[in-house]
Design a protein around this ligand. Structure first.
Ligand code: NAD
Length: 493
């Protein structure tokens, strides 16, 4: 399989003719290659997008939405095929891959609805015979840069609102997962999107990604990925006075109070910590437990983890798939060593799986540390693997302080039956997403998605909030008095 660039409605290799291998993390086998693009490829895509956007912006929004609706139908029709390909290139288990494609379907239909909304405001003017309103206008060419862990969903969170609002898109997907991008581009073309409105340029971050960020004809960058890269992009965009939306890492916690339903809490923790092998930005990597139920929670968690089948995500019975590549395995293992050195107690896991079939892929044993203190690095830094740290606390106040005491602010959760605890948590947990009696993952596409502090820079993906990234507000005053009326001066006093 080859993932070509999709520029101005045409499939083409990188101008350099170079390719990067794409590997199935479940078995290490090469499944294809992706175009390894550079600045000239990005420029070709941006020029195509710039020309196409001018016409696209003039298409009535409900007509633009019709295309998205067709995209939704095609995604729905191909859900199973896409999910299988997603599992092969990224590794997540097939059930989760289906869920990820479903997110794209939901987003297509939701954003198609926006074609008949895209609401602005009308407001009274302070002057007689004058009309005032504000309307959303597209920004132009939108640069989208995405990670490998949600290879299709995140692109839909960004590109669908951008396109319905009248922008054109140049998307640089992660080099590890180019095939979902290929499929989405093909679906856009089949749905009748005019050439040049949606373009894909494959390549690595430092070359293709940087070229997109720095391109003078791309006024807005929407990025999801790591903090290090996000910070670099923000610095560049700051210098260039570009609008930039950043969705970055997390260090998400589940709080378990002493009155919690422990069966439910264990289900929530296992799903959030080990689903997608811990490689979700919203993965639970800390469990903050009331000391009165710590021992019992640990006992039940251990029991649950022992039942998790690890393997190739295409096997329907597997619950934990591989991690993305060898480099990720090594990073996770380094953190496990750090945890041991810091004095945390390893309850289960803590090693790379190398025996038998595991030897071919990239598998890490689901890992739980306990007796972790909030100052340890394993309790503060994003590991991005199936590793969770248990921290014991004595009160809700302490739990909230521990939850909030990290540099990230994406997602948090609390298990409790006490309504007072619930409302205090809803008010005092400082993350962009809060779950009550559910794990740290499970966002729905019609609500804003994103985080506070080191997780983001104040923007949100998903929901109507996403439109704020891809539109500018234009305020319009229409004076029908037939004479000069000066605001704040001709007050009639
Ligand atoms: P990454 O930052 O390494 O890469 C993300 C994207 O940026 C890739 O497409 C990459 O090629 C590109 N890139 C890398 N260097 C670049 C540069 N100098 N200029 C421009 N682009 C560049 O992240 P990753 O390893 O692919 O993904 C994992 C990270 O993503 C984790 O930190 C995770 O928490 C985060 N994430 C966040 C969210 C969220 O919504 N908050 C969602 C999913 C993943």
């Amino acid at each position: 399989m080859k993932a070509l660039n999709f520029i101005n409605g045409k499939w083409q290799p990188a101008l350099s003719g170079q390719w990067a291998p794409v590997v199935n993390p479940a078995n290490g086998e090469a499944i294809g290659e992706a175009a390894l693009s550079a600045a000239a490829d990005v420029d070709a895509a941006v020029q195509a997008a710039k020309a196409a956007q001018k016409k696209w912006a003039l298409v009535p929004a409900p007509k633009r939405a019709d295309v998205l609706y067709k995209v939704g139908l095609l995604l729905k029709e191909r859900k199973e095929q896409l999910a299988r390909l997603l599992t092969m290139e990224m590794g997540k288990v097939i059930e989760e891959a289906r869920g990820e494609v479903q997110e794209g379907i939901d987003m297509a239909f939701y954003m198609a609805g926006e074609g008949r909304r895209l609401f602005g405001d009308t407001t009274p003017s302070e002057l007689k015979d004058k009309f005032a309103m504000s309307v959303r206008v597209p920004v132009g060419v939108v640069g989208i840069i995405t990670p490998w862990n949600f290879p299709i969903a995140i692109a839909t969170w960004k590109s669908f609102p951008a396109i319905v609002a009248g922008n054109a898109v140049v998307w640089k997907p992660a080099l590890e997962t180019p095939f979902m991008a290929r499929e989405l581009a093909a679906i856009f073309a089949e749905a009748g999107l005019p050439d040049g409105v949606f373009n894909v340029v494959h390549g690595d971050g430092p070359m293709a990604g940087s070229a997109l960020v720095e391109h003078p004809d791309v006024p807005v960058i929407s990025f999801t990925g790591s903090n290090d890269v996000g910070r670099q992009i923000a610095e560049k965009c700051g210098r260039l006075l570009k609008k930039v939306s950043l969705e970055m890492g997390g260090k998400n916690a589940v709080i378990v109070m002493d009155d919690a339903d422990l069966t439910l809490a264990v289900d929530g923790i296992v799903w959030s910590a080990f689903g997608t092998s811990g490689q979700r930005c919203t993965a639970c990597s800390r469990v903050i437990v009331h000391e009165r139920v710590k021992q019992e929670l640990e006992r039940r968690l251990l029991e649950a983890v022992k039942t998790l089948k690890i393997g190739d995500g295409l096997d329907e019975t597997v619950k934990v798939g591989p991690v993305i590549h060898e480099e990720a395995l090594k990073k996770i293992d380094r953190y496990v060593h750090i945890g041991r050195e810091e004095g945390a107690k390893l309850l289960v896991g803590g090693h790379i799986l190398r025996e038998g079939d595991y030897a071919r892929g990239f598998y890490y044993a689901p890992t739980i540390f306990t007796d972790v203190t909030p100052d340890m690095r394993i309790a503060r830094e994003e590991i991005f693997g199936p590793v969770v740290s248990i921290i014991s606390v004595r009160s809700l106040d302490e739990a909230i302080a521990v939850n909030n005491g990290v540099d990230y602010g994406l997602s948090s959760a609390i298990f409790t039956r006490d309504v007072n605890n619930v409302f205090r948590a809803m008010r005092d947990l400082d993350t962009g997403i809060v779950y009550v009696n559910a794990g740290t993952t499970g966002a729905e596409i019609h609500l804003p998605f994103g985080g506070t502090k080191g997780t983001g820079n104040g923007h949100r993906d998903s929901g109507v909030a996403a439109l704020d990234v891809f539109t500018e507000w234009r305020s319009i005053y229409v004076d029908f008095s037939g004479k000069l009326q000066r605001a704040q001066i001709d007050t009639g006093d």
